[in-house]
Design a protein around this ligand. Structure first.
Ligand code: MGD
Ligand code: MGD
Ligand code: MO
Length: 764
C-alpha cells in the first residue's frame, strides 16, 4: 500500500515533515457501471469522530446510490458501522432543513413561527444582530457552542474570535470529554499519548517497527460501542487474534469484559483508588521496570508514598470489588505482559477525581516502562501543524487583543486553562450567563439541552438573550427553544473538508449533490466571518481555506485529494531525539525535569497536589450516607450504544428501530428489590430532578447501580414549548449538576445517586 520511498515536504517556516505517500490505485473519483464513485472519508455531519475511508456511489443526477467501506484505506480497511450505512436516510430525511429560516425573537419556542428566507437575509440578520451586541455589551457576551470531535472546531473558534469573543466551548460540566486526560498528559509528559494499535503505519500491524501489545487495558472505554479515542473496535479483535490479552475496568460485564483475562467491575467513580492500588502492588512486589524508572521517571518516592495507603483490601472495599486479589492479578498481568497499553475512555474524565485518576493510571504505564515504546503507550503526532489548526485555537490569539483574551470564562478560577487550551470553561460560562453576561449565542453542532448537565439552567439563560443563531441539519430542542435564525448545514457526503486525526492526512470530497441550499460549516463561517472582518477571512473560496490550513504539510488541497492518504513518518523513541522538548534539549520528555513526572512540577506550580490522590464522588454512599438511604442506587449515564451518536439518529428509522425507547439498564436482582420487571417504565429521581425511562434487566449490570441513556429527545413529538420534543421527559442530565473538579476539568457525570420506582403510566 505505502510507497517504499518516503518523501520530505519542506515549507519555509515549518519543520520539515516526512510523509509516507499512500498512493491509492485510482483518482479520487471515477465512473463505474454508469455511477460516479467518490473516495472520501465519513466524518461529520451527521456526527462521528472517526473519518473512516469510504466509497460513495452516486447516479448521474448526483443522488446517493450506495456506500461501501474503502478497503484500501489503512484506518478502517473497508469496515463500516451502521451509522455510515444509513447516511442516505439522514441526507434525504423529510425533516432535514435545507433552507435558511428566521423567526421573530418573541416567537422563540414556537415551532410554527419559522419562515424561509434567503442566505443573504439570514446572514445579514446574524451579522447585524451580533454587531449590535458587540457594540452594546462587548463581543465576549456572545457565546459560541460547538459539539464534540467534528471537523469544525477551528471555524467556530475563529468565528468567535472574529466577533471579539473568547467564549467558545461545549456546554457541559468540566469540559469532561478527553480534556481531563489530555490536561494531565500535557502537564506530566509534555505530550499526548495513546494506546499503540499501529494506526500510524499504512501497513499497520505488519510494519517492521511495530510490536503487538501483549496486554491492552480497556479502562472506562467500551470501544465496541464507541470507537473511543479515534481507535476502531475492530483493531482490538485484530490484536486479540495476534495474541493480545485484554483487561477491562468497567462496572458492567460488557461483551469485551466477558472475553478479558481480568475484569474489574468497580463502583463508578472510584478509578483513582483502583489505579493507586495497582501502583502499590507494582512497587511493593518489585514488579516495576527499574532501569526505565531510573532513567525516565521523576517522583518515584512520591508516588510510592501516595499509593501506600491503597492496600488491596482497602481498594476492594472502596471500589466494591468482592475479590481483592483480582487487583493484584491485574498488576501482575500488566507487569509481565509488556508491551502493554491502556485505552482509557470518557468515564475516566467524567469524575471530579478524573484528572487525578488519569495521573494514577499513567503512573502504572510509566512504572512498567510502557511509555514511548512500540506496542505500548506511544506519542501521537498530528500531521504537522495541520491537526493543531483543525482542532481550534487558530484565531483566539491571532484575532483577539490581550484584554479580550483575558475575558475567557474560567481563566481566573482555573489556571490550567491558560496552559495550551483555548476554549472557555463551561461551568464558568454558565455562571457568567446567569449573571447577565450572555447576550447572544452561536450554536454550531451542539444540542445543549440534551448533552449539558442541568439543562433547565441552560434553557433559562438561552431563551433570555438578545439574539441566537444555529447551524444544524435538523431542528433540535435547543434550537427550537432559543434560535432566531437557522442556517442549514451540509452532510459529509455533500461537502469538502479535511481529515487530520492523529496520523493520516486526507481530504473529504463532495460525492453527492447538496440537498437544497445547505452549505458546509466552513463556508457558513467564511461568509459570516467576512461580513465582520475580511482580513481575518481572506479566502475567496472554501478550498483556499484548506490550502492555508494544509500549508505546513506542503500539500495543496487538490494535490492531497489526488494523492489519497498522506501518513506522517512515525518514529518511536521520541524521548531520545529531543522532539518532545521545547527548551532545545536533545533528549527527554517535554516536562520541566525532562522526565515523566509522577510528582508534577506544573501541578505544584499551579497550586495543586503534585501527586494523585483519591476523592469520593461528591454525591455517593460515602460522602452522603443519609442521602444514600433515600437514593440507594448509583446512577451511571450515557454509556454509548452503537446506533446513536449523542442526541443524533433518534429520527432515523433504521437506527431507532434498534432502540425505540430510552433504556435504563439494571441488574435483575436490583430490579426485583424495587418491584421492577424487564420492560416496565420507571421513574428515576434524585434531588436534582425526575425522569422516566424503560427498564431493561441484564446481568451485565453491577448490582446497586443503574445505567440510563443520555441525550434523549423525541423528534416525533410536538416541538413547541413547553414540550420541546419531549426533551425533559427522559433527560439523564436533569439528574446531574454542573459541578466541576478543582481543575475545572472533569465532573461526576456517571456516578451520582438516584432512586428508581415503577411508573404507573406507560409510554413517554
Ligand atoms: N455510537 C457512538 N459512538 C460514540 C459516541 C456516541 O454517542 N455514539 N460518542 C463519542 C464520544 S463524544 C465519546 S466521548 C466517546 C466515549 O466512549 P467511551 O469512552 O467508550 O465512554 P462510554 O461509552 O461513556 O463509557 C465506557 C464504559 O465505561 C463504563 N463506566 C461507566 N462509569 C464508569 C466508571 O466510573 N469507571 C469506569 N472504569 N468505567 C465506567 C461504562 O459501563 C461503559 O461501558 O464515544 C464516542 N463514540
Ligand atoms: N449524562 C451524560 N451527558 C453527556 C455524556 C454522557 O456520557 N452522559 N456525554 C457527553 C459528551 S462526552 C459529549 S462530547 C457531549 C456531546 O454533545 P454534542 O456534541 O452537543 O452532541 P449532540 O447532542 O448530538 O449535538 C450535536 C448537534 O450537532 C448536529 N451536527 C452533527 N454534525 C454536525 C456538523 O458537522 N455540523 C453542524 N453544524 N452540526 C452538526 C447534530 O444534528 C446535533 O443536533 O455530550 C455530553 N453529555
Ligand atoms: Mo465526548
Amino acid at each position: 500500500m505505502a510507497n517504499e520511498a518516503t518523501f520530505t515536504r519542506e515549507t519555509p517556516g515549518y519543520q520539515p515533515v516526512r510523509y509516507y505517500n499512500v498512493k491509492q490505485g485510482k483518482p479520487h473519483q471515477w465512473e463505474e457501471n454508469g455511477l460516479t464513485v467518490t473516495r472520501t472519508r465519513a466524518w461529520t455531519a451527521p456526527g462521528c469522530h472517526e473519518g473512516c475511508g469510504v466509497l460513495v456511489y452516486a447516479d448521474k443526477e448526483g443522488n446517493f446510490v450506495k456506500i461501501e467501506g474503502d478497503s484500501e484505506n489503512p484506518f478502517n480497511q473497508g469496515r463500516l458501522c451502521p451509522r455510515c450505512l444509513c447516511v442516505d436516510e439522514v441526507i434525504n430525511h423529510p425533516d432535514r432543513i435545507a433552507h435558511p429560516m428566521k423567526r421573530a425573537k418573541k416567537e422563540r419556542g414556537n415551532a410554527d413561527a419559522w419562515e424561509r428566507c434567503s442566505w443573504d437575509e439570514a446572514l445579514r440578520i446574524c451579522h447585524d444582530e451580533f454587531q449590535k451586541i458587540i457594540e452594546n455589551h462587548g463581543g465576549d457576551t456572545i457565546h459560541c457552542w460547538r459539539g464534540t470531535g467534528r471537523d469544525i472546531i477551528w471555524c467556530v473558534g475563529r468565528l468567535a474570535a472574529t466577533m471579539g469573543s473568547p467564549q467558545e466551548y461545549t456546554p457541559f460540566s468540566g469540559m469532561s470529554c478527553y480534556v481531563p486526560r489530555l490536561s494531565q498528559m500535557i502537564m506530566t509528559l509534555g505530550g499526548q499519548i495513546t494506546a499503540d494499535f499501529a494506526a500510524q503505519f499504512p501497513d499497520r500491524y505488519d510494519n517492521p517497527s511495530y510490536e503487538i501489545p501483549n496486554c491492552v487495558v480497556l479502562w472506562g472505554a467500551n470501544i465496541f460501542n464507541s470507537n473511543s479515542e479515534f481507535q476502531l473496535c475492530g483493531w482490538i479483535t485484530d490484536l486479540m487474534k495476534r495474541g493480545t490479552k485484554i483487561i477491562t475496568v468497567d462496572p458492567r460485564l460488557t461483551w469485551i469484559a466477558s472475553r478479558s483475562i481480568v475484569h474489574l467491575p468497580i463502583r463508578p467513580g472510584t478509578d483513582c483508588a483502583l489505579a493507586l492500588a495497582i501502583v502499590k502492588v507494582l512497587i511493593d512486589e518489585d514488579l516495576y521496570d527499574h532501569d526505565y524508572v531510573e532513567e525516565w521517571v521523576h517522583g518515584f518516592e512520591d508516588i510510592k508514598k501516595a499509593a501506600d495507603e491503597w492496600t488491596l483490601e482497602r481498594a476492594a472495599e472502596v471500589c466494591w470489588l468482592e475479590n481483592p486479589k483480582i487487583i493484584r492479578k491485574a498488576a501482575h498481568v500488566l507487569a509481565e505482559r509488556k508491551p502493554a497499553s491502556v485505552l482509557w475512555g470518557v468515564s475516566v474524565d467524567m469524575q471530579a477525581a478524573g484528572v487525578r485518576a488519569a495521573m494514577a493510571i499513567q503512573a502504572i504505564y510509566a512504572l512498567t516502562g510502557n511509555i514511548d515504546i512500540p506496542g505500548g503507550m506511544h506519542f501521537t503526532q498530528g500531521p504537522g501543524n495541520v491537526q493543531t489548526q483543525m482542532s481550534g485555537g487558530w484565531g483566539l490569539y491571532e484575532l483577539l487583543d490581550e484584554e479580550q483574551q483575558a475575558k475567557r470564562c474560567g481563566l481566573e478560577k482555573y489556571p490550567m486553562y491558560r496552559f495550551g487550551f483555548t476554549f472557555a470553561q463551561s461551568d464558568e460560562a454558565l455562571a457568567a450567563a446567569e449573571t447577565g453576561k450572555l447576550k447572544g449565542l452561536w450554536i454550531q453542532s451542539s444540542n445543549a439541552l440534551c448533552g449539558g448537565q442541568e439543562p433547565e439552567r441552560w434553557h433559562k439563560v438561552m431563551v433570555d438573550t438578545e439574539f441566537n443563531a444555529a447551524v444544524d441539519l435538523f431542528m433540535t430542542p435547543t434550537i427550537q427553544a432559543a434560535a432566531d435564525v437557522f442556517l442549514p448545514v451540509s452532510c459529509w457526503p455533500e461537502r469538502m473538508s479535511l481529515r487530520a486525526q492523529y496520523y493520516g492526512l486526507e481530504t473529504i470530497n463532495p460525492a453527492v449533490k447538496v440537498r437544497g441550499e445547505a452549505k458546509s460549516d466552513a463556508e457558513i463561517c467564511r461568509l459570516l466571518g467576512r461580513m465582520f472582518n475580511k482580513e481575518a477571512w481572506p479566502w475567496e473560496t472554501e478550498e483556499e481555506i484548506y490550502d492555508t490550513i494544509l500549508k505546513s504539510s506542503g500539500f495543496t488541497f487538490a494535490e492531497l485529494q489526488e494523492n489519497g492518504s498522506a501518513y506522517q513518518v512515525y518514529e518511536y523513541g521520541k524521548r531520545f531525539d529531543g522532539s518532545l522538548r521545547r527548551d532545545g534539549s536533545t533528549s527527554g520528555f517535554g516536562t520541566p525535569t525532562g522526565k515523566i513526572e509522577l510528582r508534577s512540577s506544573l501541578f505544584e506550580q499551579f497550586g495543586y497536589s503534585p501527586v494523585p490522590y483519591y476523592t469520593e464522588p461528591f454525591m455517593g454512599p460515602v460522602t452522603e450516607p443519609e442521602l444514600y438511604k433515600q437514593y440507594p442506587l448509583i446512577l451511571m449515564t450515557g454509556a454509548r450504544n452503537g446506533v446513536f451518536f449523542h442526541s443524533e439518529f433518534r429520527n432515523v428509522e433504521r437506527m431507532r428501530q434498534f432502540n425505540q425507547d430510552p433504556i435504563a439498564e439494571i441488574h435483575p436482582k436490583t430490579a426485583a428489590d424495587y418491584g421492577l420487571e424487564d420492560g416496565d417504565w420507571a421513574w428515576l429521581e434524585n434531588p436534582y430532578g425526575k425522569i422516566r425511562q424503560r427498564v431493561s434487566c441484564t446481568e451485565s449490570m453491577k448490582e446497586g447501580t443503574v445505567l440510563v441513556q443520555h441525550a434523549w429527545w423525541f423528534p416525533e413529538q410536538d416541538g413547541s414549548e413547553p414540550n420541546l420534543y419531549g426533551v425533559w421527559k427522559a433527560n439523564a442530565n436533569s439528574l446531574i449538576p454542573n459541578r466541576p473538579s478543582e481543575f475545572g476539568f472533569g465532573a461526576d457525570i456517571k456516578s451520582v445517586l438516584c432512586k428508581i420506582y415503577k411508573a404507573n403510566e406507560g409510554g413517554i
